[in-house]
Design a protein around this ligand. Structure first.
Ligand code: GLN
Length: 306
């Protein structure tokens, strides 16, 4: 039986609009605070190349930490299992910008999705690639199937001016011997990566490749085996929502990744990828309505991986 995804997305939009108006737009990055809090978009694409959407699904927004999945895919493709000597694969149980564990865990971040871990991943890309920025954009454009993907330099600059904790992570890890490149180069690249702008449709298209085992994963020369894609999905499930990853597995039951721009992208292997955007965040830095929409989606479609 084919599912009427369009009808389900429309129901979700109605139910979401009836919810109390909870959460706050990320304001620690001044440029992100300017985004209209009422935006809501959702796009679902299936392995059969069907597309369903509601709301602002074609509006570009700052993907922020969702970009960490793309840079991780590239670094994993380059280093294979050696990558896990530099960054762990355990949930942190801490906020994405917590520094406490780094001190006593010898500069090895808990996982690639907390900021410290994503900064190590950037360090790997800078060491391994001749033109890492060109490769990042070639990779992201190839995996979304759209040439129209770039970053917002105003957001990147805004983050650079206020990202003191990220600077601290890099220096702490350099002191512990887990960073090779110059702090400034790493931070510049990281802020460009975080300020990439995409639509829900583009994100869903990019994430579908993590859920379609029938197709080889290879974008702009960065390839992953089926087993490596499985590992990326496992990391998204266990670490993709920071200290709310358990709740996301519990309530939604999909591998996914959030960003403080209010986006969430998630995968239901062998069936669909979905992206949702609503800028207001809970205290864990995850989109309130995005989280709730996905809970409604997997409940209505009975599509959790469990
Ligand atoms: N660029 C943001 C930061 O470094 C990413 C955080 C996020 O989306 N969780 O703080």
């Amino acid at each position: 039986m084919t599912m009427d995804y369009q009808k389900i997305l429309q129901e979700i939009e109605v139910e979401i609009n009836a919810l109390p108006d909870d959460g706050t737009v990320a304001n620690y990055i001044p440029e992100l605070a300017k985004v209209s809090p009422d935006r809501f978009g959702m796009h679902l694409t299936t392995v059969r190349n069907e597309h369903y959407a509601v709301g602002d699904s074609e509006v570009k927004f700052s993907i922020q930490s969702i970009s960490k999945v793309f840079s991780l895919a590239m670094a994993f493709s380059l280093l294979g299992e050696k990558l896990w000597k530099r960054v762990g694969v355990e949930p942190s149980g801490n906020p994405f910008n917590s520094i406490v564990q780094l001190e006593y865990e010898n500069g090895i971040p808990r996982n690639p999705f907390v900021n410290a871990g994503a900064l190590v991943v950037v360090d790997v890309l800078l060491s391994e690639l001749k033109d890492p920025e060109a490769d990042l954009f070639a990779f992201v454009r190839s995996s979304t199937g759209s040439n129209d993907v770039s970053y917002n330099s105003v957001v990147a600059q805004s983050e650079k001016e206020t990202g003191h904790l990220n600077t601290a992570f890099v220096h702490m890890m350099k002191a512990k011997g887990n960073i090779v490149n110059e702090a400034d180069e790493i931070l510049d690249f990281y802020y460009k990566q975080c300020s990439i702008e995409m639509t829900c449709r583009e994100l869903a298209e990019a994430f579908l490749h993590f859920g379609d085992n029938g197709l080889a994963y290879n974008h702009a020369g960065f390839s992953l085996t089926t087993s490596q894609v499985k590992r990326l999905n496992a990391l998204m499930l266990s670490c993709g929502f920071y200290d709310e990853s358990g709740q996301f597995a519990f309530k939604v039951g999909l591998a996914g990744k959030s960003g403080v721009g209010g986006g969430i992208a998630a995968v239901y292997p062998e069936e669909f990828a979905v992206a949702v955007w609503s800028p207001k965040l809970n205290e864990k830095g995850n989109s309130v309505r995005g989280f709730h929409s996905l809970e409604l989606l997997t409940t209505k479609t009975e599509s959790s991986i469990f």
